[in-house]
Design a protein around this ligand. Structure first.
Ligand SMILES: C[S@@+](CC[C@H](N)C(=O)[O-])C[C@H]1O[C@@H](n2cnc3c(N)ncnc32)[C@H](O)[C@@H]1O
Length: 206
């Protein structure tokens, strides 16, 4: 990956970590990033390849990578330090908690969810990040005209997502988004090698 030449703004912590001990109140993005800019969140960010590529490609936007596994979140933080990303923070936390409690209302330009764990067994569906309660909470966190973008290799999960999202009247499908301009991610590379079909959908906040 190319090195970022961007510097951290004066007065803003160069530490890429957001505290996973924070339970309340919601973040103030201006304080986190030291500027007013569009903020996007990548949930279940894995090793962060996607979020890093976006942060490098779009220095005018700010990104938060949320990942619950310490090892993966640490990888993102290390790369963020190495590349001196000023516009990428990492949070080791449950996605639902972050979206429900730590995102100021109407503050996000977009949420991305790429290759979420599908939890295929019915009795495990409760573990899925996406459900109708999440759809409601995400609609509160995202600005009007902002987006929620899902990419998955799992058809059943995709159909489930469409159903769960349709329960929230604040989202409508954006048929124009095909995800072609998106950078890749670790699991995307893996699944591409296996030749798996990919399902993508964007919803826009009404
Ligand atoms: C299949 S991987 C996909 C990683 C990455 N998005 C990609 O495309 O390469 C799913 C990731 O989501 C994380 N994850 C699963 N449930 C989560 C949750 N509730 N909150 C935060 N991260 C979660 C997992 O630890 C894992 O790193």
């Amino acid at each position: 990956m190319e090195k970022s030449t961007a510097k951290v703004s004066p007065g803003v912590s160069p530490d890429p970590w957001l505290s996973s001990q924070r339970l309340y109140p919601p973040y103030v993005w201006f304080e986190v990033f030291g500027r007013i800019a569009p903020v996007e969140v990548d949930l279940g960010a894995g090793d962060g390849i996607y979020a890093e590529a976006r942060a490098l490609r779009e220095p005018e936007r700010d990104f938060v990578a949320v990942e619950r596994l310490l090892g993966r979140a640490t990888k993102i933080a290390k790369k963020s330090i190495r590349n001196r990303f000023f516009n990428l923070k990492v949070l080791r936390l449950e996605s639902w908690y972050f979206i429900k409690n730590l995102c100021p209302t109407g503050s996000l330009d977009a949420i991305t969810l790429r290759y979420p764990d599908p939890w295929p067994k019915r009795r495990h569906h409760g573990n899925r990040i996406l459900n109708r309660e999440f759809a409601r909470d995400a609609a509160l966190a995202v600005k009007p005209a902002g987006f929620f973008k899902l990419t998955t290799d799992d058809r059943e999960y995709f159909e489930w997502a469409e159903k769960e999202m349709s329960h929230c009247p604040d989202w409508r499908v954006d048929p124009s988004w095909d995800g072609k301009n998106e950078p890749t991610s670790e699991f995307e590379q893996l699944f591409a090698k296996e030749g798996r079909q990919v399902y993508r959908r964007a919803w826009q906040r009404v």
